[in-house]
Design a protein around this ligand. Structure first.
Ligand SMILES: [Fe+2]
Length: 335
């Protein structure tokens, strides 16, 4: 039995050497500044959360993700385990409480409870679409403001490179109730010699649907054996927002030193429309939307990734969109 079952992720925490540069990148990415001091930058999206990314000033590093407990009792419960600290009161916007922990490979895993939604949140409503003969928008014009930042709903998931993927699944299951969705194999999953390439895992919210993945473990061989960030990912309001985000980052990439890592395309596992960009510090941030949802009745699925896509592409291509670049995706530049 897991200690608790987390019900969401609230925000991610990164560390990078220049907060002005990070702020400019995140503004182009679609976030808004909430607070900025010499030491810390706090950014929000357009969803109800008071913030979705925290950046501390320092050497480039991924400090971790903050999960949400379903009650104060659960937060107390996790805080009593060896890997987690006593509960502290949060001083960040929205208040609340936190217990700070580290996973088996030293990556930060915090759990919070009671962070209040922001007062000025205005309900996000996607513009309706007229597709496939289904007329949802009549006597109404679809309009986006050219060049305006895309709408980010929330911090959606993250990927980390680890040395022991099965052990990571076990640890996150034991502490947070996380369950495997898709286990990726570079060949026949039934052959015990086939290497495991990664596991997508989701929250166990019972019969309530959960994102296909909240966490994705990839092999640390991508980053020369060093555990750390693969990417942080933000859910966009709709597909237009992924494409609008792409346009803005593309337009500013030379001047501000942004780098397109992979996109735009649609994933196989999870099915999101995705677009991955490197900040000037090379920490990969993903825009995505329209992902799959599963409740906890769906068992883990073993995937032979070599069967995905065209034979010529190699493993892990997109359903449509450009090929992944395995020489760079998840490399040690993420920190
Ligand atoms: Fe992702």
């Amino acid at each position: 039995m897991p200690v608790i079952k987390a019900i969401g992720v609230q925000y991610c925490t990164l560390q990078c050497p220049d907060l002005d540069i990070q702020e400019q990148f995140l503004l182009h990415f679609g976030m808004h500044t909430v607070e900025k001091t010499d030491d810390v930058l706090i950014m929000r999206g357009d969803g109800p959360q008071p913030f979705i990314e925290v950046c501390k000033k320092g050497e480039k590093k991924f400090l971790g993700a903050t999960y949400v407990a379903s009650s104060m009792e659960d937060l107390e419960k996790i805080s009593k385990t060896d890997a987690f600290s006593d509960v502290e009161e949060l001083k960040t916007p929205g208040g609340g409480y936190i217990s700070r922990g580290k996973d088996l490979e030293g990556i930060g895993v915090d759990v919070c409870f009671g962070i209040k939604d922001r007062d000025d949140y205005q309900a996000l409503v996607p513009q309706s679409s007229n597709e496939g003969g289904q007329i949802n928008r009549i006597n109404e014009r679809k309009r986006y403001v050219k060049g305006a930042p895309p709408s980010i709903v929330r911090f959606g998931h993250y990927g980390i490179n680890v040395n022991d993927i099965p052990a990571a699944l076990e640890w996150y299951n034991e502490h947070l109730g996380i369950i495997a969705t898709d286990k990726l194999y570079a060949g026949d999953p039934k052959n015990p010699d086939t290497p495991l390439m990664g596991i997508f895992a989701r929250l166990d919210k019972g019969l309530e649907p959960a994102d296909h993945h909240t966490i994705f473990w990839l092999p640390a061989m991508l980053s020369e054996g060093k555990p750390g960030l693969n990417h942080v990912s933000f859910e966009m309001l709709q597909i237009d927002d992924v494409l609008r985000g792409h346009e803005i980052l593309q337009r500013n990439k030379e001047e501000f030193d942004y780098e397109l890592e992979w996109g735009v395309g649609r994933h196989y596992q999870g099915a999101q429309v995705f677009d991955y960009w490197r900040s000037p510090f090379k920490q990969t941030h993903e825009h995505q939307t329209d992902g799959d949802y599963f409740d906890n009745t769906i068992p883990p699925n073993d995937v032979n990734v070599t069967e995905d896509g065209l034979e010529s592409d190699g493993p892990g291509p997109s359903q449509w969109g450009p090929d992944i670049n395995f020489d760079t995706f998840g490399d040690s530049r993420n920190g």
